[in-house]
Design a binder for this molecule. Structure first.
Ligand code: N01
Length: 489
């Protein structure tokens, strides 16, 4: 069925993939706008990354009053940086408050989407089908665990789990615990476990810069004040957003910015003043600039790693054996449990779902050299399909919620073209995609992420797969779509 151009379409139907932060946002906004939609979630609970990650010490390093929806502030955040379980609870409550939770079809994975006769035909894991005019892929970034390719991993006779597959049935108290990795996750795990375990061995392949962090609790009076005066939460949110944008997100895209030099000094001072033993201090000193990898903020890591029960191992891992981890100095580190804080496969996005665009083009084929999307949202020849926090999307350490809200506003401006009858299909044009990608790669050269370190921000060719411009530019682009860059069919 093809709809005549020129007629207004108030019957547009949307398919939302995923009930994490971005999917819940989409459902709320589409519901408010009066659109028909279905929202599918492969798991049996909502929450996305906050459902998947339940590791000890989990918290968000974006302050809670910014890491929440602008339209649903929360006066009850316990801390400046609240724990993961509280964030997960927030999403449950918001979904309930807006009546979204009843709409979500849980334990239903979308296995295939095909653009046929102007609409998206959807196939689901339970054998059923659906159809929509638009697809919103709110499938997240940090959700497919990356397992290290280390010889003998399967031969360890103790307990092993990835940080995003935490085994709550296994009591770590009094155990000899090994942690592989030194990313944001590992650093939080170390701080949280050190008091409870008998020994903690941290296997560090690359040292990390650690910025100090203060995480005060909100008092009951402060929470009551937020409740009585919601405008104070709005003001606080704006304040934090400004600080983050100016002090970090705008700075990381210019490796020579004075803000980055200051952040580097803060991290050096933190290391110098916190770690007493000179050998340990040097082992913990990175050989690249602060901010090159995602900056870690921690109030307890340096304390934790200096406890007598903590061991920092910098020799490379040779292999894993029945009893523990053998390092390149031939030492066997005997363990009861091994925690793999080894990050995520960040290039998956919608996959393994099969997505077929115009003229039978498979996403797998379009992305054979790596995932890309104009503005992190739209792909040529995949009309009326939009991603939230798609490829090359992360903005500094900024709140992904704010970014998703802006992106959703942008998508609605594109949808409006179809709703008002200007066209039936909207997707970025091939020349605009190529121009955008060339500009993005050029801009990435002067960012801190390309200043000489390895991180999950880099794609297979070593190019930062992130938004390489300022936060202000993101806001401008999202507010003012360049319609000339689109094929409006
Ligand atoms: O993962 P990572 P993460 N042998 O990819 C090491 C968000 N987040 O889960 O640096 C030995 O950063 C690897 O070593 P190296 C945030 O966006 C936010 O920690 O590659 N080591 C690295 O140290 C964050 O950036 C929060 O040399 C191996 C680690 O594993 C993102 O999630 C909290 C190895 C992986 O670090 C991902 O963080 C948590 C091997 N074979 C997460 N393979 C907050 O908001 C990998 N490594 C606070």
């Amino acid at each position: 069925m093809t709809t005549q151009k020129g007629s207004t379409r108030d019957d547009l139907r949307f398919i939302i993939i995923g009930a994490g932060m971005s999917g819940i946002l989409s459902a709320i906004k589409l519901q408010e706008a009066g659109f028909d939609y279905s929202i599918y979630e492969k798991a049996d609970r909502l929450g996305g990354t906050w459902r998947e990650n339940e590791y000890a010490g989990l918290a968000c390093d974006v302050p809670s009053h910014l890491y929440c929806y602008s339209f649903s502030p929360n006066p009850d955040w316990s801390h400046r940086f609240s724990p993961g379980a509280e964030i997960q609870q927030y999403f449950l409550e918001v979904a309930n408050k807006f009546g979204i939770d009843k709409q979500i079809k849980f334990s239903t994975e979308i296995t295939r989407c095909e653009f046929e006769n102007g609409r998206w035909q959807i196939e689901l894991s339970d054998g059923s089908t659906d159809v929509g005019d638009f697809v919103i892929a709110a499938t997240g970034v940090l959700h497919v665990p990356s397992y290290p390719d280390i010889e003998g991993l399967g031969s360890f006779e103790g307990e092993t789990f990835h940080s995003a597959r935490w085994n709550h049935d296994f009591d770590l108290k009094g155990k000899r615990v090994g942690v592989i990795g030194t990313g944001s996750t590992a650093i939080q795990i170390v701080g949280a476990l050190i008091e409870d375990v008998e020994e903690l061995t941290l296997f560090q392949r690359t040292a990390q810069w650690v910025s100090p962090q203060e995480n005060p609790a909100f008092t009951e009076e402060e929470k009551a004040d937020f409740r009585d005066h919601p405008e104070k939460m709005t003001a606080l949110r704006a304040d934090i957003a400004k600080t983050f944008a100016e002090g970090f997100a705008n700075a990381v895209v210019d490796a020579n910015s004075p803000e980055l030099a200051m952040i580097h000094d803060v991290c050096v001072n933190n290391l110098e003043s916190s770690v007493q033993d000179a050998d340990l201090r040097e082992k913990l000193r990175p050989d690249y600039r602060a901010g090159c990898k995602r900056l870690i903020m921690s109030e307890d890591f340096y304390d934790a790693i200096q406890q007598p029960s903590a061991h920092l191992v910098t020799e490379g891992i040779e292999q894993i054996e029945k009893a523990g981890v053998r390092t390149s100095d031939d030492k066997l580190h005997e363990l009861d449990v091994l925690i793999l804080a080894t990050g995520f496969r960040v290039d998956r996005f919608m996959r393994p779902m099969e997505v077929i665009g115009r003229n039978g083009l498979a996403l797998e084929e379009a992305w054979k050299d790596g995932p890309f999307a104009y503005m992190a949202i739209t792909i040529p020849e995949f009309p009326n399909l939009f991603m939230l926090n798609g490829p090359n999307g992360p903005v500094g350490n900024f709140s992904l919620i704010d970014v998703a809200e802006m992106q959703f506003g942008y998508i609605m401006k594109l949808v409006e073209q179809v709703r008002t009858g200007a066209c039936n299909e909207v997707s970025v044009s091939q020349p605009a995609m190529e121009r955008f990608d060339a500009e993005r790669k050029e801009a990435a050269k002067s960012t801190i992420w390309q200043s000489g370190c390895n991180s999950w921000y880099l794609d297979a060719n070593g190019v930062p797969a992130v938004w390489p411009w300022t936060f202000d530019r993101l806001r401008d682009e999202m507010d003012n779509p360049r319609f000339d860059d689109f094929d409006l069919v």
